[in-house]
Design a protein around this ligand. Structure first.
Ligand code: HEC
Ligand code: HEC
Length: 432
């Protein structure tokens, strides 16, 4: 599952920018800024992806529709529903946000040799997209959510690079980004080389296909209230996202009656295509997603049905009121009541058998399990310890957990792995 590497980065990642959000993050770090950590970058190779028409088509589909790279890397026409890219300026780059001592720039990716990517090698683009290191070796960060693009298969990555190469060059010089030393350090710490091949998933299976699309488009990053206190759960909405001076709380996408519970596939596909009659905030990249096939949108719908339902009403058309589920103020907040977990009495065995760190296979995210005399606690990515309440089915719930948790044991009874259930089970291997 694509979790954000840290709640802090998540907001920055999604916020299409908010200087305020980023400053908030920095404030949580040590007051003295340590020297800039070295960016973990693998050396560039001279790989050249074969330019085939199939790759151009696949790359176009992923970048323009399924992921929506184009909505960030282009000027947008705010007067049109969904704010699509300004015609003729696709991928020519844009200053996304500018404030005192801060400038966020989505670079020109068209093959213009002086102001765009014309002089960059294929691997410079490939490394930037999946490993968070720019052509010039600088660490990239939110809202360039490369940790989600990292899930792209090698073939899909090649397709995106080949597509970007096929664009008409647009001459558009942009100023450099400006970040504080702490923001630079945060990015540098996150960059992560990818040294193993990423095989294609089995896209013939609708759930595998849905998961893949949800992961690379980072629906979960935007649709989870990482900054809520507490976080109401994966895909449960309420993430406050700001762009160009206005804000919107993301919708709850879980199959609860408060969210998509009553939606048919046709309603869902319609919302993704028409943006609720054009009324859906352009922060939601539906101007891109509308270009997805019925088959892909259907697969996303079916996969989202697997998310644990969360009763969290969120609606941006209603006036903001305090919410007892996510601790923020948003539309329909007053309808929400804190969840009550149906605790079951079970013999958990020696609590210390659970303690340790668990890591999602092939990903960098981790969960730490700790204990006191009578209870288990989970901490996600260094966040606060959350008490685990045993519920039916061998699962544990906890206020602020991104997903319910379960444990796997080997034949000797030792806890070997942890399971989360954001879109069906994910296995987190014990690493210590
Ligand atoms: C939510 C906005 C957003 C989305 C979506 C997005 N980008 Fe970016 N991208 C950025 C920003 C901002 C930067 C610069 C980040 C920085 O300087 O830290 C960037 C940087 C890059 C770079 C590095 C350029 C260089 O200077 O070397 C590449 C390549 C790139 N993006 C490609 C893509 C591709 C391909 C996609 C889709 C798979 C994509 N981006 C999606 C915002 C975005
Ligand atoms: C950049 C952040 C962002 C990303 C990425 C994103 N969304 Fe959204 N989405 C939002 C916001 C914000 C809203 C609420 C907009 C509003 O209320 O006008 C929303 C609304 C929606 C809605 C409308 C729900 C309703 O109740 O009307 C659906 C459906 C949806 N998103 C699905 C998705 C899916 C599926 C993905 C991934 C393919 C996705 N979103 C990715 C930000 C995002």
């Amino acid at each position: 599952m694509t979790r954000a590497p840290s709640s802090c980065l998540a907001t920055a990642g999604l916020g299409l920018a908010l200087a305020a959000g980023l400053t908030g993050c920095v404030g949580e770090m040590e007051p003295t800024v340590p020297p800039l950590p070295t960016v973990r970058a693998r050396p560039l190779t001279d790989i050249a992806f074969a330019r085939t028409p199939e790759r151009i088509e696949r790359g176009r589909y992923l970048a323009d529709a399924a992921i929506g790279c184009v909505l960030c890397h282009s000027e947008r026409d705010e007067r049109r529903p969904g704010a699509p890219p300004v015609a003729g300026r696709e991928y020519a780059g844009v200053v996304l946000e500018e404030a005192e001592g801060y400038r966020l720039v989505a670079p020109n990716l068209t093959p213009d040799p002086e102001t765009g990517a014309g002089a960059w090698s294929d691997d410079m683009l490939a490394r930037a997209i999946r490993e968070g290191v720019g052509h010039d070796g600088r660490a990239l960060g939110g809202p360039m959510w490369w940790w989600s693009f990292r899930q792209l298969s090698d073939e899909d990555l090649a397709s995106i690079v080949v597509y970007l190469r096929s664009l008409p060059p647009v001459r558009h010089a942009l100023p450099p980004r400006i970040l504080s030393a702490a923001q630079e350090a945060e990015r540098a710490r996150q960059a992560e080389p990818l040294l193993e091949p990423v095989p294609a998933r089995n896209l013939a299976d609708p759930i595998e296909r849905g998961r893949y699309l949800i992961e690379v488009a980072d629906c979960m990053g935007c649709h989870t209230a990482w900054e809520g206190s507490p976080n109401p759960g994966g895909f449960a909405g309420g993430n406050r996202i700001s762009r160009g001076g206005h804000q919107s709380f993301s919708a709850n996408l879980t199959p609860d009656p408060a969210a998509l519970g009553g939606w048919t596939e046709a309603i869902f596909v319609g919302a993704m295509r028409q943006g609720r009659g054009g009324a859906l905030d352009p922060i939601m990249p539906w101007a891109a997603y509308r270009g997805m096939t019925d088959e892909d949108l259907g697969a996303i719908y079916q996969t989202l049905r697997l998310a644990p339902p969360v009763r969290h009403w969120v609606n941006n058309s209603a006036p903001p009121t305090p919410c007892a589920v996510c601790g923020q103020e948003h539309g329909l907040g007053e309808k929400n009541v804190p969840p009550v977990f149906a605790r079951v009495e079970v013999d958990l065995g020696p609590l210390t058998s659970y303690t340790g760190r668990f890591q999602l296979e092939g990903k960098t995210f981790w969960i730490e399990i700790s204990v006191d005399e009578s209870a288990l606690f989970a901490s996600e990515e260094g966040g606060p310890p959350i008490e685990l309440v045993p519920v039916a089915g061998g699962r544990f719930e906890g206020r602020g957990l991104t997903s319910p948790i379960a444990f796997e044991r080997d034949e000797t009874g030792a806890v070997t792995a942890l399971l989360t259930f954001e879109l069906g089970p994910d296995r987190w291997e014990r690493v210590r």
